[in-house]
Design a binder for this molecule. Structure first.
Ligand code: NAD
Ligand code: UDP
Ligand code: UDP
Length: 317
């Protein structure tokens, strides 16, 4: 049995952060959730607020933060293209200044620190599936750059603090993940399609719909976060975390229509700029080093997510 720890989760009121807080509390830890509620909401953590071992702090990670913890999970950053492009300068600040502050904190208090990096560091990849050795093909000046380059710079900072200050780091490259507590207006594909299908509204497929993604259910991903954080200090990453089951966006749309039995039609819309054509994680390293692989199928994960949105939309109607 692991000893109870005090753990900071930045972005803890967001989609992934709220699931992580929940898991860390279940495992007997004390959790400090830091969030400025930019894309996260109090609803995501409402059920945790009564727990005396949970603390919610409103704070923007681009400003310094002084507290004492054993571990830090740095998740603060809007993740949906609509949200991170809404205020791109703030997005870069969150990734870069946020990383500097959290690394400065980790350095002062000698805490272990996990970084939620992203498959977007590979950009529109020429290597398929993507391995951690691939350096990526990222446009430095496009609409997605605030996120992609912000996250790339954060990785640089993590590795420089590791080399220069011997900080214990864990850098995870997360691939598309979905599940309950995604924001219904988040703009990401799974939540968009489910909400549209439940309302029998047109399903907005961007471009030809032939572009691919590989979708991981949130519970599988959180297992990997915790395993990675608990792994030996020599394992610093970057490690790809995601589900290698790749599908086209059109296939996803048809699958969601089919599961829901929706009357929605498919509506083709223009492809956003720099939208990656294909994405699939090579998870050989995670399998070998963490003894982890996802085991929730797309069908099972979609069913759980649809159930969540169905209840939410019913209550809000
Ligand atoms: P999310 O938008 O639901 O959560 C992000 C959280 O960070 C929100 O609660 C938001 O309010 C908070 N936040 C944003 N800026 C902040 C700031 N300056 N200070 C404090 N809090 C701030 O997104 P998510 O899907 O939960 O993503 C969490 C992390 O995982 C992000 O860093 C994201 O880049 C990364 N990630 C997610 C995915 C995915 O598919 N979900 C894929 C790759 C990487
Ligand atoms: N920092 C923080 N909390 C701490 C320690 C540092 O937020 O407990 C911030 C601090 O404001 C600084 C940043 O982290 O801007 C980087 O800290 P570091 O010690 O690496 O750099 P320095 O303070 O020397 O610039
Ligand atoms: N997408 C789509 N319709 C939508 C939302 C997204 O066709 O309503 C497409 C988008 O163009 C991209 C894929 O789905 O090719 C995944 O988009 P998302 O924003 O979820 O994540 P990311 O592009 O960051 O992988």
């Amino acid at each position: 049995m692991e000893l109870s720890k005090r753990i900071l989760v930045t972005g803890g009121s967001g989609f992934l952060g709220s699931h992580l807080c929940e898991r860390l509390l279940e495992e007997g830890n004390e959790v400090l959730c830091v969030d400025n509620f930019y894309t996260g909401t109090k609803n995501n953590i409402l059920h945790l607020l009564d727990n005396p071992f949970f603390e919610s702090i409103r704070h923007d990670v681009t400003f310094p933060l002084y507290l004492e913890v054993d571990e830090i999970y740095n998740l603060a950053c809007p993740a949906s293209p609509i949200h991170y492009q809404h205020d791109p300068v703030q997005t870069t600040k969150t990734s870069v200044h946020g990383a500097i502050n959290m690394l400065g904190l980790a350095k002062r208090i000698k805490a272990k620190i996990f970084q939620a990096s992203t498959s977007e560091v590979y950009g529109d990849p020429e290597v398929h599936p993507q391995t951690e050795k691939y350096w990526g093909k990222v446009n430095p000046i496009g609409l997605r750059s605030c996120y992609d380059e912000g996250k790339r710079c954060a990785e640089t900072l993590f590795f420089d603090y590791y080399r220069q200050h011997s900080i214990r780091i864990k850098v995870a490259r997360i691939f598309n993940t979905y599940g309950p507590r995604m924001h219904p207006n988040d703009g990401r594909v799974v939540s968009n399609f489910i909400v549209q299908a439940l309302r029998n509204k047109p399903i907005t497929v961007y471009g030809s719909g032939k572009q691919t993604r590989s979708f991981c259910f949130v519970d599988d991903l959180i297992d990997a976060f915790v395993k990675f954080m608990q792994s030996d200090d020599h394992l610093i990453g970057p490690i790809n975390l995601g589900n290698p089951a790749e599908c086209s966006i059109l296939y996803l749309a048809e699958k969601i229509i089919d599961i829901i039995g929706s009357k929605s039609m498919i509506e083709m819309k223009p492809l956003p700029s720099d939208d990656p054509k294909q994405r699939k994680p090579d998870i050989t390293v995670a399998k070998k080093e963490l003894n982890w692989e996802p085991n929730i199928s797309l069908d099972d994960g979609l069913n759980k997510t649809i159930e969540y949105f169905d209840k939410m939309l019913f209550v809000s109607n």
